[in-house]
Design a protein around this ligand. Structure first.
Ligand code: UD1
Ligand code: CA
Length: 478
């Protein structure tokens, strides 16, 4: 069987994106477009995969770090035919077929690409390209056929007549060519009349003119071969991808209340009987278990979430672990390296960072827990702050099993609250609290019996005289 190599074209700037970032680096579902195509190549029976880079070549190479690909440089972007030509020396002596893909056609499936390769082999063709009918073919190369429907050539939008532009059948930019015939034909591609570029689709008609076997293979679904040249097409491609991911999740038992308003990255995993409310974003390599509920407007990125977890409205969970049966929010913020064991409750307006919180512990309201290790069965009252930063370094707070921290407590790290200890509300804790102790870290309250009326009378007097009100200070001292 003939060997197959892959070649991905990714050297262009993508001027129609109007961006300082090379087009193929724009993320689609959180992954740069070019990586989608490189990962597709991994799943195809290719001997080697080459990528033509040029514009922002270093950044494109960096985005493909670790991928089994070789790079070919196109110093000046003089068109897609010129781009393929740059691979000639890397492929010298190669006598198999070359699968040419575009770095800006990111949704192509392995099944469809394999279909093209099989059709090419079955027909014994020297050139096979994928075509489809686009509802709006604007921007694509159109497929020109003779009266009997035989393929004649592909004409680019910029070079097409108004009648040609009315043709809905387009070139998807995915080809298979026999080598070294391809490189012989590339030498014959002239500069186009309008743009002066060397167009790869020209090669298909050159093959035809040379009596070689050429065929167009229809794409099973035009959505798969959407080309991304503009931000509008980027959004369309994202819509296709998003719906594809959600359909798979729903088929696997995830409830998505409103698929039009739910975003799950293709790199995320979600278990069955989990329910996603509208406005949920599940990003990166997040894994969510079974039977969870994510209420509206939550964002979960690169997190590990266990089973039967409830995430109430408006939470942000980043690079964290959430154990089984935890409850978060509403409006909780789990910053990176938060690790919640089982049945932890993190309530309203609580922020956590780089902290472990033990099984069954509760942090129900208005609290910051950073650089802390919190044991099991701990209760942390509203308004508690771990003062972890002194302006120079970060310090650790330890709160041991069964401890109770009263509301509005400042725990000035480094500090430890021992097992079973109690911290009185309103304390500023600067020293370790031994196990089972009660710590009062607050100023003593002084009550002055029956002095309220007297105080009010003097306050009114002072206001009448235009003076300031008594502060209950100096002359009030006992
Ligand atoms: C191309 C096809 C068009 C097809 C469409 C499908 C040509 C001339 N036209 O048009 O028939 O309908 O794709 O999506 O091929 N590139 C380089 N070097 C260059 C120029 C481009 O590497 O000198 C790369 C780009 O980075 C891009 C790919 O080739 O990834 C396609 O180039 P683009 O300019 O997007 O071609 P289209 O106008 O979309
Ligand atoms: Ca394109």
């Amino acid at each position: 069987m003939r060997e197959i190599c892959g070649l991905i074209l990714a050297a262009g700037e993508g001027t129609r994106m109007r961006s300082s970032l090379a087009k193929v680096l724009h993320p689609l579902g959180g992954t740069p477009m070019i990586l989608w195509v490189a990962e597709l190549c991994r799943r195809l029976p290719l001997k080697r995969t080459l990528i033509v880079v040029g514009y922002q070549a270093d950044r494109v190479r960096a985005a493909l770090d670790g991928e089994p690909v070789e790079f070919v440089h196109q110093a000046e972007q003089r068109g897609t035919a010129h781009a393929v030509l740059q691979a000639q020396s890397a492929l010298s002596g190669f006598e198999g077929d070359l699968l040419v893909l575009s770095g800006d056609v990111p949704l192509l499936s392995a099944q469809t690409a394999n279909g093209l390769l099989e059709a090419h082999r079955r027909a014994g063709a020297q050139a096979t390209f994928m075509s489809t009918r686009m509802p709006d073919p604007t921007g694509y190369g159109r497929v020109i056929r003779g009266p009997q429907g035989a393929f004649l050539r592909i004409v680019e939008e910029a070079e097409a007549t108004p009648e040609e532009r009315r043709i809905a059948e387009i070139n998807a930019g995915i080809y298979c060519f026999a080598c070294p015939l391809l490189f012989q034909a590339l030498g014959a591609v002239g500069a186009s009349a309008v743009k002066g570029e060397h167009y790869l689709p020209e090669v298909v008609s050159i093959f035809r003119d040379r009596g070689l076997k050429v065929q167009a293979v229809p794409a099973p679904d035009p959505h798969e071969v959407l080309g991304v040249n503009t931000r509008i097409e980027l959004a369309q491609a994202y819509g296709v991808l998003r719906r594809r991911v959600l359909r798979e999740l729903m088929a696997d038992g995830v409830t998505v209340l409103d698929p039009e308003a739910t975003h799950v990255a293709p790199t995320a995993r979600i278990g069955r009987d989990t329910v996603l409310y509208p406005g949920v974003f599940v990003e990166g390599r997040t894994v969510i278990g079974e039977g969870c509920t994510l209420y509206p407007n939550c964002r979960v990125k690169d997190a590990q979430v266990g089973n039967r977890v409830t995430i109430l409205d408006g939470c942000v969970v980043l690079e964290s672990e959430v154990g089984d049966e935890c409850t978060l929010g509403p409006y909780a913020h789990l910053r990176p390296a938060t690790r919640l064991r089982r049945k932890v409750k993190i309530g309203n307006f609580v922020e956590t960072k780089k902290s472990v919180i033990g099984e069954g512990s509760k942090v129900p309201h208005l609290t910051y827990v950073g650089d802390a290790s919190v044991g099991e069965g701990v209760n942390i009252g509203a308004g508690t702050i771990t003062c972890n930063y002194d302006g120079v370094s970060k310090h650790q707070t330890a709160i041991e099993d069964g401890a109770f921290v009263g509301t509005n407590t400042s725990l000035v790290a480094p500090v430890r609250v021992g097992k079973g200890a109690i911290v009185a509300a309103g304390s500023t804790i600067t020293q370790d609290v031994p196990p089972d102790a009660i710590a009062f870290g607050r100023a003593q309250q002084v009550n002055k019996p029956a002095r309220a009326a007297e105080w009010r009378r003097r306050a009114k007097q002072a206001a009448g005289a235009g003076g300031k009100k008594p502060d209950g200070g100096e002359d009030d001292k006992e």
